[in-house]
Design a protein around this ligand. Sequence first.
Ligand code: GTP
Length: 823
Amino acid sequence: MTLRVTWPFIVMVLLLAACATASLQVLSGVRAFVAGESLWTKGQKDAIYHLHQYAINGSPQSFDGFVRAIDIPLGDRAARLALQPGQVQTDVAREGFLRGGNHPDDIDSLIWLLRYFDHLDLVKKPVSHWLIGDEYINALRELSHEIHQRNTDGTADAATRQRWQDAIYEINAGVTPVARNFSEALGESSRQIVLLLMWTNMGMAAVLIVLTLWHTQGLLEQRRRAEQALEAEREQARTTLTAIGDGVVTTNTQGQVLYMNPAAEALLARPAAQATGQPLAQLLVFDGEAPPLSADTLVQNILRSGSAALGNVHTTLVRPDQTVVPVKLVGSPIRHRDVLTGAVLVLHDVTREQHYVEQLSWQASHDALTGLVNRREFEHRLEALLAQPRPVGREGSLLYVDMDQFKLINDTCGHQAGDEMLREVCRMLQSHLREGDTLARLGGDEFGILLKDCPAGPSARIAEQLRQAGQELRLNWGGQQLRTGLSIGMVQLIPALTSIQEAMRVADMACYRAKEGGRNRVFIYQTEDIEMSRREGEMDWVRRLRLALEHNQFQLHAQAIAPLQPSGESGLHMEVLLRLREDDGQLIAPGCFIPAAEHYGMMTSIDRWVIRHTLETLARRQHQPGLPQVHTCAINLSGTSLGDDSLLKLIRSALADSGVDPHMLCFEITETSAISHLPNAVRLMKELQQLGCRFALDDFGAGMSSFNYLKHLPVDYLKIDGSFVKDMLHDPANRAMVEMIHHIGHVMGKQTIAEFAESQAIVEALREIGVDYAQGYALARPVPLEDYLALGNPPRPESARGAGVAQGHTPPHSTPFPQQRPA
Ligand SMILES: Nc1nc2c(ncn2[C@@H]2O[C@H](COP(=O)(O)OP(=O)(O)OP(=O)(O)O)[C@@H](O)[C@H]2O)c(=O)[nH]1
């Protein structure tokens, strides 16, 4: 971190030091050069002097003096030559400079200067004078050779000596200005170098100052920005703490309050200024804990913990004015550089959440419109009641209340009126119940009442009071007096009733019976009520039938309808019958479930299932080669289906989807259902007849109003009710009925079919009467439709053969049902 901030300064100081060192080095070189030059000049002067003496007196001492003196400039020269670019020999140069009398410590500086700066004018210029000087040195040396030679030979005369002296004077005259120039050039160069170094150092210092200022400025700017960011962060934290709904309190390690945000001020009902510095225990007082939670312990716990100490402690806060607030506490220790400095405590007011949870749980168990408990809660209470031991005679009662014709109020006055009526009824019911009784809205216009610990007699009286009050209830709605009535089913919660489902079902049944009995009445369920038990059974059938529809557990069977007279008709003629397949594979006859299906409005769905599946089966089979052709396939339609406007659409689309020829189909409707839905039935029959379908009127004769309506019903066949047929051999009245129906049918252009032809004798009798077709065990038993379509008619008794029943094989699955109500 320190290095990150100070590195520019370190670099600058290093640069400055490098610059100073280089300057000193240069200066040292220059100084050595100047010293060398003065030695050189002195050597050269001494050499001239000693040679001059030698030229005059020929003294060997003078010559030695000359040799020593001349060696200085010669050494310098050798050194300079050894530093020529391209042929540098530093050892030779060092040797030369030593000979030149230079101090050994200066030699490196000299070499460095001459070697690396020789191309600079500052060095080049003095060196050029040095070079000129060297020429005189050379001349002096050559002259010295001659003088030494002649002195040694002893051949030097005065004139020669004079010539030598003149030559020496001449050399001296020539070299003196050169030496001066050398010295001056060097002096000039050294002054310039000093100046240059001074400016360079000044420049470096200036650059360093600028860099230092720039960097310091950057650091200051950085610091300013960091401070601003810190301030912004603080401001943000302050604003956040001010804005958040949770109370935040911070303390030091002694548990004294350091800070409180406005939410904490509101929650604790104390201004922050007053609370700051106070022990937290004086501000936070909790209630409802055992042992009571203390703020001191709380802070100590937080401080002792490593990280988040306290998670979601639910408690109740008592404020100075003794009001209480439910809160959730979260705490955490505060650390600064790993040193514990205090604790922070967040207080979340959970009043709203508690209220919300209460509201949700209320909504889950209550009905919004009336404020009563709902079915779920009612069943919970019923379950609890059933689980308790109930004293005999005081078992309590369950009442199932359904408003009468309530739909009318909705339809005529609107839903608001309906809602108001529901509320009125609910108020009225409540006002008649005892404390501890439960009134619930079970849904729609149905209410449930639990009369706890109430014997049968008083229960019945209360039920009757409720009924009466319901009857008398009037709601003034826009000037209209709206009224309703109550149908009440009551069941005593005897020990035998153990499950809520059973109790609710029988109460519902009882209510249904009250409705069935003409509404506005109380029906009390008696254990031994057989009719009720039957209805209980029906309720179970409803569940089973729903499952059967969902999971295709129905099975289609077919029973042949045999022509009794020669008709020329070829192909199979049958009626489709429905079976319910149980889980264990057992087949249930429609007689067992059709009443329940009719009662609970399931016939339309069942009829649709039969139509769709019959057509699908016919479509699958009709184009298979080798299989007998179908002439007539009769399908039963219930009365409810006749009243169903969408049935026609369904048949049309099923025909289109399957590609089955409509001429093959004959729909059987019972005369009673046809009569009760006459206009619809006629319309449907006409529409389907236009497509080519035929119609049979089933169970004809049973209704006795039949003949009046027959002329309005465009049917092709009359199916003589089996009750007349099966006894016709023993009961002349029945035979007469069969004859009459057949006769009238023929008069009206209809063909006749006799059901329940259970014996060969009956078949013969029918043929004798002239009945066109017969259906019954004597001719064929019902078999699975697929088998029937594949194999044709099952074997029939010998007697039927003459009547033209088609031959067939024994089907593998003939069912052992007696004659039953067909599908
Ligand atoms: N206004 C209002 N109507 C409701 C509410 N819940 C269900 N209903 C209506 O209550 C009516 C209940 O009708 P049913 O019980 O089937 O028939 P009903 O007219 O009472 O006839 P019966 O019970 O046979 O006497 C339906 O029309 C529903 O639409 C509700 O919360 N407010």
